[in-house]
Design a protein. Structure first.
Lengths: 366, 366, 366
């Protein structure tokens, strides 16, 4: 049996345009309009590992985001930018979404992939040290993307590794490329946040649902947000924990001069927020902790008229699909953009700027 | 230890010709001899999902089969027809043969693959809705091939999906590309079945072992057979069930005007059949039901002199290897041809006709 | 949290040169200096399966090793030597290292991969015969790399297979490409072992830790070593078993005229060995047997000044990382070289010599 719905779909199924061309989602071109991309700045990433947000300054993040916007709006697959390069995706903590986001980025650029979707379950790592695995990677590829349950795993892999490494999440440490994807979405939504001087009425109230001190993506997002402090008037951290920051992040926040508050009741702050950053799932050892049931959003939530919601997905019931068709939905933009952020990083680290079509507008080459 | 047999093989192993060049198997060229392929007809598939046999008319199936025959007998890999395209193979019900058949088709055309061999077991689908997974696929690829245990799964995926989808088997629903591969084999064997008017002595008796009403591949095969009714003089359905058709298929059969009968004793009809279609394994929820032991074929079975046997493989003992070296064996042809049917569909849906070498004989371009 | 070590690494991470350019590891160029590669000899492999060391003579192994050395020191990825070819890696006994070594070789040459990492666990082989699986492979690819727990599995696959097959380990049988990788490392370390006449003082004492009669990699290594008998003054086999050879290997050793001895006490022979070949892990049915604890090497072991150690990795504690930074470490060279041995074999079997850049020095084409 095939349902009637299927038959109608099959009859009607048109070639669909990119997400942003339908008007609901911000167009990446807004981010690079009347602007250029400084390849010389990006060349600072050549051969480098991407481990922590602390490696980056605001200008570098901006160039990465603008480069990603260019890649999102340009047909570049036929230039085969990563021709001949092998990227190893080694996920010692499985994550289908993140792994496939990286792999899609690699494939779109014509790179090759050696995929290790379950590093802990396969022969790799059965009693073998991470430094030996790093040495093996040297023989097999040109760049390694790693996720691991242990915060220290990246250190151990780097011991023998001779290739650049992109940290795709290390224990309770960092997840820098996710944070860049998050800010890529925010900058598409409000490009004036690029600027160094921003009028008070344009500054945003950032709401963070989660614990930056123990959740790596929230940690990286908060660290990256501090680089854009000129555009932030207030940060609210919504968490059930008494101390969701820890001393290092607390000091960084204090040093930034941004007003911030911590609460366990989202209802006291939600209606003032411009950006609501959700990250529902915390990996705690072998299990997942979901957000308290008070932290749920749907089309009936008391959101500001033009507020936007970020969520790395996958979602359970904390983020209701009734928001999908509204202007609050920035999370689809965020997921789509992540693929292009990763493309920008791969081209930069592997120094394949010369494979970008020469006529690409907005590129300033060295 | 290496056996003596291995050593002899290693010494003798020649470069082997294609399956059909040995004479035992029908040559695909017979299907396109003195004929042309109408690209304009095939362009009706551009951007479309392939969900059900009901989408197709006989002419479209013929063009697909002739295009597949051309691809099977032409060296096309060096034209890189799917260069830059990413195909996602998402198998929520594992099937190594079908998945690899699609993936081989993609790779031969230089497309890229994001493979999800066990959708139910990986992070994908752990509590995540199929419509969210469809939205994720939008960001990662250009076309999705899906198999799922649930008949309604394709509907749910299509909710947010902006890419064309090829249904590789949905629950007890359909499996349209398998049915096309089945008829591709039949048409290679007897090309005159292409015609709209067929002499009575050339019409075939089609034997179907299985239950079209609940087995998706048998369902799609029967629906597709009805498009070729001009060449069918009789259909026998061999099944242990009292009602193997269900009301919708029964009505379609009645409307076709083809003589048909239902029996649970293959011995009463086998010796008259021209095509014996086997499909031994029915997926029933989480388990497999094998055919009754009476339904077994071997070289000693009472087959007509020039009858052929179809079987989608893998087989257990219902189809004996003693038939492999006989002219009754059309199932190897069927399995080989499936890769080219899928190539024809991929090129058509993704509109890469322009990548076919211009000098390819038999192609009529628009 | 990101550790301070990570931050320092990120700051400093330079583009790393190939392994051998640091001086600790032998440069592959030593193996082809003032020498040529005879493509005509290598063409003897076109279309052939690689099943056993017994197929090869010393000259063929030398040409393969020299070709591998050329590939290791030449940028060849941009020539796309395996463009359009599909290689199936079918591992019915999982082995991440060996599989990824083959897959890296394929990808570096721009071949495509159909990967079956766990043949026993997937749909393939669930009650299906190996000869049917071989027939399926015919439809899907151009060459098959197979590992299997059963020694006879390769025979069964070859029954219907029309493609060349590379044996990547069959039960207690052979593992010929590993043995070539082992000797590739030895020849890089001491290129004069290529010669047919070697001065007594240049001949080596080969120590083999393991049981050649039941461990496939050790079996293939010993068989291959006998081809280089002109350079071997003594072979010591260190094993706990009373008869680690079996009658066939014992006869081969006797026929070679090489002095050999069998001992269970490594301390009586270690200080005289020039090459120490370790292979710690024996696959015995479903379990692994580790070497006796006496067979351990570290930087304090009584090794000869210029002795080298081979180990196929992964290692547990039988080979201590304190040896990694010493000149005794030939095992990193060995693992790196394996990828290029496999590249040389793939290009040869698939006859893609014409895709090698014409100006490549040292190549003698037909």
């Amino acid at each position: 049996m095939v349902t009637d719905k299927i038959k109608r779909k099959a009859a009607a199924n048109p070639e669909k345009p990119p997400l942003y061309s339908e008007g609901l989602y911000p167009n990446p071109k807004k981010l690079i309009a009347q602007d250029t991309i400084d390849i010389n700045k990006l060349k600072g990433l050549v051969g480098k590992s991407i481990l922590s947000i602390d490696q980056f300054d605001k200008d570098m993040v901006l160039e990465i985001c603008k480069f990603a916007a260019l890649l999102e709006t340009t047909t570049i697959a036929e230039s085969h930018p990563l021709d001949g390069k092998i990227i190893i995706t080694a996920f010692f903590e499985p994550s289908t979404r993140t792994r496939l986001s990286f792999e899609s980025a690699v494939l779109r650029l014509d790179g090759k992939i050696i995929s290790i979707p379950e590093g802990q379950a396969t022969g790799v790592a059965k009693g073998e040290s991470l430094s030996d695995i790093g040495e093996m990677f040297n023989a097999y590829g040109d760049l390694v993307v790693v996720r691991h349950t242990e915060t220290t795993a990246v250190d151990e892999l780097l011991h023998n590794l001779r290739l650049p490494l992109i940290n795709a999440g290390n224990g309770s440490g960092e997840h820098p490329t996710q944070a860049m994807a998050d800010w890529f979405a925010i900058l598409k939504w409000k490009p004036r946040l690029k600027q160094d001087v921003i009028a008070p009425e344009d500054r945003i109230h950032l709401g963070i649902l989660g614990t930056p001190g123990s959740m790596r993506a929230v940690n990286s997002f908060l660290r990256l947000s501090l680089l854009f402090k000129a555009g932030i008037r207030r940060i609210s951290i919504v968490s059930d924990l008494a101390d969701p920051l820890g001393p290092e992040l607390e000091e960084s926040l204090n040093r930034s001069g941004i007003r911030y508050d911590i609460t366990n009741d989202i209802n006291t702050v939600l209606s003032d927020m411009d950006v609501v950053y959700m990250n529902s799932i915390a990996f705690l050892g072998d299990s997942y902790k979901t957000l308290d049931s008070r932290f749920k959003l749907d089309a009936g939530s008391n959101l500001k008229e033009d507020a936007v919601v970020l969520h790395p997905l996958a979602r359970l019931d904390e983020l209701d699909p009734t928001l999908d068709g509204t202007h609050h939905n920035l999370y689809f933009t965020q997921a789509h953009g992540a693929v292009f952020i990763r493309q920008a990083l791969l081209i930069s680290v592997l120094n394949r700027f010369d494979r970008i079509p020469p006529a690409t507008p907005g590129i300033v080459k060295s």
